[in-house]
Design a protein around this ligand. Structure first.
Ligand SMILES: [Zn+2]
Length: 233
């Protein structure tokens, strides 16, 4: 196979009518179908380390897919984890480290909804269940707008926070709002992350830049046919 896929999810559940950007939700029913689809059609659901190895030159005979969740919402624990666990699929959750146990302070006004974020007990429980974690900054700012020293605090700081809480290395970063520039990628590299993920739509191919990996976003309106198209490898 010449390419691999990293899927992006945010909230699992049914959005209330009052929510702005309902597209960031995927219903649990659709999520269950999507995982069933991956299983049934023989996809090899792997960890981000395997995606990185593939991009660095390891060809694969199987259809590689990784599953990622941005922000660390409580809905991951409630709705996504039980389904992932049923299939023993690995997944990575990108955490906003200063807000664990709190809520989506960065956009609650804009989306018109307070969404609970997992606390460290939830995160530690999931770590024991083989869920992986990555960093998504400390407070979810628009990184290119920050000074050099604030960048460092947000990026390296989030790695330090999660590593000290979980006692495992945190190797992957995901840009808040998918927003980055050369200064931001340099700071991610300096902090010691092995790779970083964007919101740019596309596949991962051998030779891709490891600090600018594409992903495929799965949304509320991604029906079964659209999902199967996104999964063509
Ligand atoms: Zn985010």
């Amino acid at each position: 196979m010449k390419r691999a896929i990293v899927l992006t999810y945010h909230c699992i559940g049914t959005p209330k009518n009052s929510v702005r950007l309902p597209g960031l939700y995927v219903t649990s029913k659709m999520f269950a179908f999507q995982m069933y689809y991956l299983k049934t059609f023989g996809y090899n659901v792997v960890r981000l380390n395997d995606i990185l190895a593939f991009s660095l030159e390891q060809p694969s005979n199987s259809k590689l897919v990784a599953i990622t969740f941005d922000d660390g919402f409580k809905s991951f624990l409630e709705f996504a984890f039980p389904i992932l666990d049923k299939y023993k699929f690995p997944a990575t959750v990108f955490l906003v480290s200063s807000l664990a146990g709190k809520h989506n302070a960065w956009d609650s006004d804009y989306v018109n909804e307070i969404r609970e974020l997992m606390d460290w007990d939830d995160i530690n429980f999931l770590k024991e269940k083989a869920i992986d974690f990555g960093a998504h900054s400390k407070t979810h700012p628009d990184l290119p707008k920050l000074s050099e020293s604030d960048l460092e605090t947000e990026i390296r700081g989030s790695k330090d926070d999660i590593e000290s809480k979980l006692s495992i290395p945190i190797d992957f970063f995901c840009y808040p709002y998918g927003s980055y520039d050369d200064k931001v990628t340099a700071s991610v590299k300096r902090a010691g992350f092995k790779a970083a993920f964007t919101t740019k739509k596309g596949y991962v191919r051998t030779g891709d830049k490891p600090y600018e990996f594409n992903r495929m976003s799965i949304k509320l309106n991604t029906g079964p046919i659209a999902f199967s198209y996104k999964l063509l490898l």
